[in-house]
Design a protein around this ligand. Structure first.
Ligand SMILES: Cc1cc2nc3c(=O)[nH]c(=O)nc-3n(C[C@H](O)[C@H](O)[C@H](O)COP(=O)(O)OP(=O)(O)OC[C@H]3O[C@@H](n4cnc5c(N)ncnc54)[C@H](O)[C@@H]3O)c2cc1C
Ligand code: FES
Length: 510
């Protein structure tokens, strides 16, 4: 996604900035040569880097300085203050890095620092294959090149589209407020220039672990030295009469989103089955297109299992304020061309239906290969599967999470990308632990919920601030420990909670 630079305001760092005004661990936004720049002080040193996150343009000055890094307030990307490198997804590109000089009691940003990519010298004869061209697969392919891998990288994807911003297809793109060119993560030229071979529109069907070969559905065979499985998840389908009618959609791919948009242009009434994150994001986007929306779900409170009752009730009210009608505690019995019939015999008129009742990890390939599976592909802390040289990342991977002390599998964009990056490094022998605190966000109208940590159950959910004022933090506490934190309008607190969870963990294992 790109956005135009507005004329930056604030101090002109080229004319000098008073060092005393920049305290340790703090940052300030200003500009140099018309560009937004972040000046930050850490460990007694002053750094200057681009002030806008390369993911969706989040203001880094509202983020958090942690050591020699800054974390973005919006979706927790992390940049190196020394080099500008995007250390943690969802940002994939670096920010500019600027030279700083101290003269007397002032610092001056003197010009852009030169940066060069790592030379490609590592393991030139090695072949790495990535199955799945989504969040994890794409991030992995990019990371291999970023780390100077010189061998061959092939990314095989069943979806014919080049890797794209999946979270956006239920949000701005579906609402009609994101242009088409925001959606691909990269251009085709990028992959060509990075020498990443894209084999799209074809499914991998079998792995021969002994021969180290991958067989595709078109009967092509690829041999590999290391294999990364990043096959994501498939939407759960409804199994009621009429659920296979053409006006009943699920939403996982760009093509699904385009099909819903086409329906929304003709139809005026939609029924969304399921009060999940995706179902409710679809509801919000359809309301932006002035489509009337009824949500049918068996739950008594939307998203209660993840967010708890109070926050779930808030989300329901938010949607109701925007004209959504809920039918909670209800299941659908049948769908026909013009209506959905509920279990209690009542019916709702519908020109089209969107089913968002959850996903299942796409583990068919891993199962066929005989990899260890248990609600996902089992991986160790290095994201390696039960087979040597086969790694797994993203929605399919169930890993030992050091923060919850449990083996978990999540369906979060940022986690998938970061696991892709770690797995990529580990195919190169880095032995990097995957120990990052899980993070996701979900957007409904003008409200974004950020969530760090992982809590499947809790003794109490403590609310700080006001849900109605959209300024709050909810701590999910189990066994006296904060397992997860959800925030609305408190981005810095979300970052602080993430750092605190990292700290508690590192003190627990030291
Ligand atoms: C509409 C929508 C909105 C979302 N919004 C958010 C959000 O706001 N925040 C958030 O944190 N998360 C969000 N998510 C979840 C997030 O997108 C996923 O967690 C993430 O995409 C998982 O990445 P992945 O690489 O594991 O899988 P994917 O991104 O799904 O990629 C997997 C790829 O593998 C391909 N594939 C599968 N099987 C094979 C095979 N046998 N051979 C070849 N290719 C294969 C698939 O075609 C797919 O392209 C959203 C998901 C959806 C569907
Ligand atoms: S805008 Fe910075 S992480 Fe998304």
């Amino acid at each position: 996604m790109s956005s135009q630079d507005r004329q930056p305001t604030g101090p002109d760092f080229a004319s000098g900035f008073d060092l005393a005004a920049l305290r340790e661990g703090q940052s300030v936004a200003g500009y140099v040569q018309g560009k937004l720049v972040l000046l930050a002080r850490s460990g007694g040193r002053v750094f200057a880097i681009g002030g806008k996150c390369t993911h969706y343009g989040g203001p880094l000055a509202k983020g958090l300085i942690v050591g020699e890094t800054v974390r973005c307030p919006w979706h927790h990307a992390c940049f190196n203050l020394r080099t500008g490198e995007a250390l943690r997804a969802p940002a994939l590109n670096p920010v500019d890095c600027w030279n700083v000089e101290q003269r007397g009691d002032k610092v001056y940003v003197t010009g852009k620092a030169a940066t060069a990519p790592k030379p490609r010298t590592r393991e030139p004869s090695k072949k790495i294959i990535i199955v799945g061209a989504g969040a994890a697969g794409n991030a992995a392919a990019e990371m291999l090149r970023r780390e100077g891998f010189a061998g061959s990288v092939t990314m095989i994807g069943a979806d014919p589209s080049i890797p794209y911003d999946r979270p956006n297809i239920s949000k701005d793109y579906l609402a009609g407020t994101a242009p088409e060119d925001w959606i691909p993560l990269r251009s085709r030229d990028f992959y060509a220039q990075q020498e990443i071979d894209l084999v799209l529109g074809v499914r991998a069907k079998a792995i021969d672990l002994k021969r180290k070969q991958l067989l595709l559905e078109n009967e092509a065979t690829h041999s590999y030295d290391s294999l990364l499985l990043a096959t994501g998840a498939d939407p759960v389908r409804l199994k009621i009469p009429g659920s296979d009618l053409p006006h009943v959609q699920t939403l996982r791919t760009l093509a699904d989103s385009q099909a819903i948009i086409a329906r929304a242009k003709e139809g005026r009434r939609a029924v969304v089955m399921g009060a999940s994150f995706i179902g409710l994001e679809v509801a919000a986007s359809l309301r932006a297109r002035n489509v009337s929306v009824d949500v049918v779900a068996p739950d008594s409170v939307p998203m209660e299992r993840v967010l708890g009752r109070e926050l779930g009730e808030f989300v329901r009210r938010l949607h109701e304020e925007h004209g959504v009608t809920f039918h909670l505690g209800q299941a659908a019995r049948a769908i026909d061309e013009a209506k959905v019939t509920l279990a209690d015999g009542s019916s709702i008129d519908a020109d089209f239906v969107v089913v968002g009742i959850g996903v299942r990890p796409s583990i068919a390939l891993a199962e066929q290969a005989g990899l260890a599976i248990d609600n996902g592909v089992l991986v160790d802390e290095f994201l390696q599967t039960s087979a040597p040289d086969v790694f797994a990342a993203g929605d399919i991977a169930r890993w030992p999470d050091p923060h919850s002390g449990e083996r978990i599998r999540v369906e979060h964009w940022v986690v998938a990308e970061r696991q892709g990056q770690t797995a990529a490094r580990n195919t190169l022998g880095f032995r990097e632990l995957f120990s990052q605190v899980p993070f996701f966000w979900s957007a409904h109208y003008d409200v974004t919920i950020n969530y760090v940590g992982h809590a499947t159950r809790w003794d109490r959910a403590e609310i700080h601030g006001s849900l109605e004022a959209r300024d709050c933090r909810v701590d999910y506490i189990a066994g006296g420990k904060v397992r997860a934190v959800a925030t609305i309008g408190r981005d810095r607190e979300s970052l602080e909670a993430e750092v605190e969870m990292e700290r508690v963990h590192s003190s627990a294992i030291s």
